[in-house]
Design a protein around this ligand. Sequence first.
Ligand code: SAM
Length: 381
Amino acid sequence: MYTYFFQLGTTTELSLAELACVLGDKKLDILTQQIIAVNSATKIDVQGLQNQLGGCVKILKKEALLNDTTAQTIATSIAQIIPEGKITFAFTQLDLRAGETSDEILLDAAEIKKELVQQGRSVRFVEGKKFGLSAAVLLHQKKVREFVLIITTKEIMFAQTMSIQNIDDWTVRDRSKPYADRKKGMLPPKVARILLNINRSFDQATERVVLDPFCGAGNILLENAMLKTKGIGIDIDKNAVAGTTDNLRWFSETYQQPHHQQVYPGDATHVPESIVQAVTAIVTEPFLGRPKPKAEQVPDIFRGLYKLYLGAFKNWKKILPDGAPVTIVFPSTLVAGKEYTMSALIDKLLPLGYTTVSGPLRYSRPDAIITRSIYTFVLKK
Ligand SMILES: C[S@@+](CC[C@H](N)C(=O)[O-])C[C@H]1O[C@@H](n2cnc3c(N)ncnc32)[C@H](O)[C@@H]1O
């Protein structure tokens, strides 16, 4: 049996849902909000999984169960894992006995280094922040091996960091693509990826084709291209269509690979059947109203959005196959103690054939007035 630990990113609720969807029937043991343990009878392709997930910062593998937390025991474990040559290591301790990571340091890493030196090893210790080396440091210092002591109420585990999120690459897609329209609101690439991964777990089709009928700057299509899945984007705004087309061209040049996405001008409530014949799923962040509405505008905005989304869902029923999953971001907000949500719409969707299979998963940017609630529905025709 292999045990892995997944350290989730800051959007913990979304990241956990993504992990559960991607790992399918594997049981997740939630040690803390950000650290999830998973047992697997077979070895997991850690790097492949890391590349696929949007919401996972690091993946660790359990190397040993320990009887104590002395420097000698830990030094022996490290020496077994690296039996020869220079040891360049970082060391972190995660004391999770209180259900969250304790601040208390149980063991000084300098003691481990001293033990290893006494065993005749050449050693360099790399100091990190309290909870381990940052992904940036690990990414750029490839020779450093990060070891982690994980203490739960049940056991003391010794683990090694096996993979880290390539934050440089995520930043490139977030910041360096040619077209962006921040006024309209754009999904961060990691969130776009999470939505795609959740949606994919409900897509039964053998040849998956994703439609984003409100594609904006194309962040969902770019992540879909990263996953090497076919996609189609539609937007009512010609600038967004041209911008997404530029972004996809940039993708192909940057990653030296075809993107397999098509983009058209069009209305999400009247998607032309001719261009979406093969679509098997929808993943979308629709128009959410203006980003910073005045309090008195909110009721009208939500009424308008309700109508827009209902029209869209009615239309999508015509173009989607039976069993197709729809992952969508809905807005919600609190004004003068009153909550505005899309719950009335969700009630309407059920008789149309859309059953909620995931959500609401909440996602909000700091200082945002509008909170995003992510739902996945499966259409039964
Ligand atoms: C919030 S943005 C989508 C942003 C996108 N997820 C991204 O990350 O770039 C919503 C988009 O919906 C488009 N839109 C608004 N009404 C539409 C409609 N009826 N049909 C298609 N697109 C529409 C807007 O032009 C805008 O680009």
